[in-house]
Every structure is written in C-alpha cells, then in structure tokens.
Design a protein around this ligand. Structure first.
Ligand code: MN
Length: 504
C-alpha cells in the first residue's frame, strides 16, 4: 500500500541530506489526486503504480526531484494534467523529466498495424530512447523503474500484450539496464519476463530447482562458520557473508549449455563475501584457497580487470568438503553497491559532492564506461540514416547483444559483439586504422582477418599506409560500424577512380 512515510524513509535511508524533500510530499498528494478515480487493469488504484515507481527510485538512492518525477510520471500521459501545470507547480526540472518519460511512454501502448508500420514505429521509438539516454539519463532511470513495476503486474494484461511487453523487456530494457551497470535490475527484469517467454521451461525449472536450491543452501550453511573463523584468524573485517541463488533466467541459459545437467552448475547458490578494503578482498581469496583448493582456470580477478560494464569483484570456484564445487564472490561494499546499481549509484555519489547542475555532474562522470557507451550509441544513430528493420537489427547486434571484450596491446579494453573479427576491432578503434588493416595478431600470433575474437584476446592490427578496405570484408564483419565504413570507402574510391578515368 502506498504510504508517504515509507517513501520518505526509503529516500532518507539512502541519502541523509536532501534539502528538497518537501517537494516529494507535494508530488505525492498531487499525483494521488490526479489518479484518484483511475484503476489499473488489475483493478488496483492507479496511484499504486506511481508510488511503486517512486519507491524504486528512492531505493536506488536518487534525489527528491527524480522521486517526485516518478510519482508524477503518468499524470500527463494517463491523467488529466497538462505539462504547463506541472511546470507551474513543480518547476522546470521536474516538468522536463515528466515530459521526457511521457514522450517515451507513447510507444508501449501502440496497437499493431501492418508489419512495416510496426517496424518503423519500433525504430522511431528506439531513436527516442537513445536521444533520451544521451539527453538526460534520469529519464531512462524513471522509465526503468516504471517498467519494473509494469512487469511485476503483467499478469493483469491480455496474453498477447504480456508476450510483447515481456519480449521488449527481455531484449531491450534488461539489456539496457545491463549496459548501464544495473545488474540487479537487469536480472530482475529478465526473471520477470522469463515465464511469459519460456512457459514450458519455466514450469520445468519450478519443478526441478527449488529442492536443489534448498539442498545447496543447507550445504553452504554448514560451511559458513568455517569460513568466518578462517577470516577472523586472518584479521579480515567481514561486512557480510551471504548466499546468492542464481536467477531462473540465467540458470536456464546455463543449463542449456550443459544439456540440463545440474552437476555442471557450480553457482546454483554461491557465497558472497563483503569485506572492508580491496586488500581484504585478496586476503579473503587467499584464505578460501587455504581452506579448499581452487578449480584451475576459474579464478577471475575483475578488480584488476573489470568487466566492460564496470563490474568489479573477485570470483573463485573451489572444491569444498565432499568434493562439492562452490563459487565465491568477494568484493567491497562499494563494489557491491556499484554492481547492483551501476550508473544510479554513481549518480547518487556524485550528487553528494557539490556538483549541482546536471551538465556539471555529467561532465564529472564523463569517463564512466556507461556514458562512453551512450555516446557511442548516439554517434552511431546519427550516422545511421535508414530506420527500417536494418536499423533495429544492427542496434540489437551492435549495442544490446552479448559482448566480448578484447584488449589492445596497450591494455585498453575494446568492447564488441560476440562474433566480432579483427576488422571490427580495427574499425571500432578508428576508421583510418580499419581502412589500412592488412593483417592481425591475436595473442601474438598472426590470424586470418575473419577470425572470431574471444574475450580477453589481445589484438594487434597490422596496417599499411594508404591501403583501402577489401570488398570481401563485407562477408564477415559483424558490426554495422565496420560495414558502413567499408561500404562508404569503397564507394568513395570507385567514384574517384571513375572521375580520374573520365578526365583522361
Ligand atoms: Mn507508468
């Protein structure tokens, strides 16, 4: 049930100082009044949805203005309120956020027409989404909180809408959350969408997993005191030792890779150990390995080499008692917060330092991987002229699909879609480098240019000045960025050669 006290205390818990908290009270009663006679499809009062959206934003540590905009986000779209009214009552900033969310909201409820029309609409909505992302990230955070609650209440909608919204959530919003480093949200959205998209598989998991979960939890509970005393012996300050059950959607993906064999899943339930400092993380890793031997090749140092989305943690898998294999994740509190909240956590942190204006705050975060990604997305969209399904497909492949991260000889991480080749790699660094590529070395060895790169590959491009790209590359490149550059360059060169030929 909505309660202003609950909302305010959630907001206060994450940020003690926020001089604008009064505006949340005002937004609360304003939105409650606008929606007072409206019901959701489920029959519950419409305002519940606005409240839940705002509560999520408060739990992410966002400020009063964003929480207020969350409360107000449907007042213009579904209510009987005008943009000017919001602006008069709540000021420019909140009105801008509400307006941004309203504009994005249009496409969700558009009914299907013929297929071509649908694709065009989808493409246009992607463009809106990208624009909103690069203009004001807070609009997207509100949209994600809104979508989270819509997914939680999806049962109330007719089946064809359930499927469509679940698919959109799975493919777009969950990926977007992942790219923004909001791992918890990404997993939650996927899990909420999963039963609608994989009905049978979900039923199968429900039947087979809970018992296995329980079995694992009781096994890990017996190990917990052993770990605690070992860490204490090593003078490590423990903040928390907890179990983390693998989510159904990601469990299913993994099971499929192992022919549905549970014995191959070592992280069905994993330990998560949170300690004070980075030094303690490594000390903990040592202590665990002192207790139980690690599985070769399964120690991952994402502190020294973070994942492309910024994720940091130490992972290891060890042979525990009875030769049961168990995974550990070790990290500091800040890493944990960032792993779960991603850009929202950075946003909240940077606000505590006195970066008041949006532009200033954004500038202070400009190197963040999430923001670099948004910038790339924006640039890509600007030079992509077509807006049919080619647009959507390459958007999905280039920006939302599973990623690998390869490394330059200098150690810079280059983030590419699965299946990318050295040519994609070269074009991602610079179009000139792409054009002048004549060969590539992966981990020190010469490879063919159509080789599929793997995560962790160190890639060195061999170039020759003045060289032109080959038409054959179009057969294997994966990114549309590379494809476009190659196509343009070939066209340009052929126009020039024709021109020279004509002059003779
Ligand atoms: Mn909404």
């Amino acid at each position: 049930m909505p309660s202003i006290e609950k909302l305010i205390s959630a907001a206060r818990k994450k940020r003690q100082t926020d001089d604008k908290i009064n505006i949340v009270f005002k937004a609360y009663s304003f939105a409650e009044k606008i929606h007072q006679n409206q019901k959701r499809k489920s029959g519950e009062p419409y305002f519940n949805h606005c409240f839940e959206t705002a509560l999520t934003l408060a739990n992410w540590g966002l400020d009063s203005e964003v929480i207020s905009a969350g409360l107000l986000h449907d007042t213009v779209e579904d209510g009987s309120c005008s943009f000017d009214k919001i602006k008069k009552e709540f000021g420019e900033d909140i009105a801008f956020l509400v307006d941004g969310v309203t504009k994005l909201g249009h496409f969700k409820y558009r009914e299907k027409t013929d297929k071509k029309e649908e694709v065009k609409t989808l493409a246009e909505n992607f463009k809106k989404l990208i624009l909103a992302l690069s203009e004001d990230i807070r609009v997207i955070l509100i949209k994600l909180a809104d979508r989270l609650h819509n997914m939680k209440t999806l049962r109330a909608l007719p089946p064809n809408k359930q499927k469509r919204i679940a698919l959109e959530t799975y493919e777009i919003y969950a990926s977007l959350a992942y790219r923004l480093g909001m791992m918890n949200l990404a997993g939650e959205l996927e899990d909420l969408a999963f039963p609608y998209l994989y009905e049978k598989e979900y039923a199968w998991l429900l039947q087979n997993v809970p018992e296995k979960y329980e079995e694992r939890v009781s096994f890990l509970s017996r190990l917990k005191p052993i770990i605690e005393s070992e860490l204490v012996k090593n003078n490590i300050e423990i903040r928390e030792i907890s179990f983390r059950a693998k989510r159904y959607s990601s469990l299913y993906k993994k099971l499929k890779r192992y022919e549905m064999n549970f014995d191959q899943i070592h992280d069905l339930v994993a330990f998560r150990i949170i300690v004070e400092t980075i030094e303690d993380c490594y000390k903990t890793l040592g202590a665990i390995h002192h207790l139980w031997p690690p599985l070769p090749g399964r120690i991952k140092d994402y502190i020294a080499l973070p994942k492309p989305n910024g994720y940091q943690s130490l992972h290891t898998t060890v042979f525990c008692a009875d030769n049961k294999v168990t995974e550990f994740q070790i990290r500091t509190e800040q890493m944990n917060e960032e792993a779960e909240l991603g850009i929202a956590a950075h946003w909240a942190y940077s606000e505590n330092k006195d970066t008041k204006s949006y532009a200033k705050k954004l500038a202070s975060m400009a190197d963040r991987k999430e923001l670099v990604w948004i910038k790339q997305l924006r640039e890509w969209q600007e030079h992509f002229e077509e807006s049919g399904d080619k647009f959507i497909n390459s958007l999905k492949v280039d920006f939302f699909k599973d990623r690998i991260f390869s490394v330059t000889p200098k150690g810079d991480v280059i983030d590419l879609p699965v299946g990318a080749t050295p040519v994609d790699f070269a074009y991602r660094i610079h179009s000139e480098l792409g054009h002048e590529t004549i060969g590539a070395k992966v981990n020190g060895r010469i490879v063919p240019l159509d080789k599929n790169l793997q995560s962790g590959d160190v890639v060195e491009i061999l170039r020759q000045k003045g060289k032109s790209p080959s038409r054959d590359w179009l057969k294997f490149v994966k990114t549309s960025m590379a494809r476009d550059h190659i196509g343009n360059e070939i066209r340009k060169k052929s126009v020039i050669s024709k021109f020279i030929w004509n002059k003779k």
